[in-house]
Ligand binder design. Sequence first.
Ligand SMILES: NC(=O)c1ccc[n+]([C@@H]2O[C@H](COP(=O)([O-])OP(=O)(O)OC[C@H]3O[C@@H](n4cnc5c(N)ncnc54)[C@H](OP(=O)(O)O)[C@@H]3O)[C@@H](O)[C@H]2O)c1
Length: 321
Amino acid sequence: MTHQNGRERIPLGPGDLRVSPLGIGTWAWGDRLFWGYGRGYTDADLEAAFQTSLAAGINFFDTAEIYGRGRSERLLGQFLRAADRPVVVATKFFPYPWRWRKGSLQRALGGSLNRLGLAQVDLYQIHWPYPPVPIETWMAGLADAVEAGLVRAVGVSNYDLEQTRRAHAALAERGVPLASNQVQYSLLHREPEQDGLLETCRQLGVTLIAYSPLGMGLLTGKYTPENPPPGLRGRRFNRKLLGQIQPLIALLREIGEVHGGKSPAQVALNWVICKGAVPIPGAKNARQAQENAGALGWHLADEEMAALDEASEEVQSGLVF
Ligand SMILES: NC(=O)c1ccc[n+]([C@@H]2O[C@H](COP(=O)([O-])OP(=O)(O)OC[C@H]3O[C@@H](n4cnc5c(N)ncnc54)[C@H](OP(=O)(O)O)[C@@H]3O)[C@@H](O)[C@H]2O)c1
């Protein structure tokens, strides 16, 4: 395994995009309903998270037109204008039921570029593979966007194995590589390993971007049955679940100690990186951004990975979400 540090760059897909082995997710940047934006963290906190990440060598930020109904893209755009180094920006097209034709993708992309204040987005992704619009329609829209110079690389999100193959093949006909598939992947959600998606992506040269790599905060270890997460997460992650994950959290802590006091979050993110995916943890403030960047620059040993795999399997077999 190669040694990693905060300045390392890895390819994202087969094209020329180079990203830090860990990015930052920005769903919480402007989202009141699920994440509680405006209560507990402010725009100043988010700007500090952005600047701290850049200073730590992270150059990859993921947003979407639906996050905070455009607010996430606007905030990211605002922060980008003050950035003192190049940033790789990924955003997403949402296939709303009233979007039927590939032309709607170009219009949505125009909106994203406006909010971000950019002439070109580095990675443009289809957020979900919702039917009935065929995968090929959106792939044609993505290829048009590349040809128009509005997008450097294209990706998909929440596509299963067969949908990924179809997207890859449709784009290949236009000579455009599929750079990435962004799916949920963490020690609490190992479906991409179990159903072969991770391996298929590797074979196709498609980077697997891991969303919710901290299990929406659960793998930080700060939430317990006595201290559940606030808001909607508190209802989704009930006391039983919070109790079930504690043995895994204890192991994350134990392994972190061996690596000079790494936190459960840092170990959980390093596990994703060692699996060959690019985690994009959300960060609401400078402290979280700094801690998450500490997942870079070191590597879990093979026997530690095996122990985490085993502990996570035990937890998953009993998980009640
Ligand atoms: N493509 C898709 O469909 C999709 C779906 C979901 C997410 N995503 C992307 O993936 C990104 C990350 O996923 P996510 O936000 O769902 O979950 P996550 O990264 O697993 O968890 C993020 C949350 O954990 C807490 N946290 C993060 N770092 C922490 C630290 N060091 N110490 C303590 N708490 C910390 C924060 O919330 P609290 O402080 O409130 O606990 C933060 O908002 C999103 O921002 C988005 O870009 C994509």
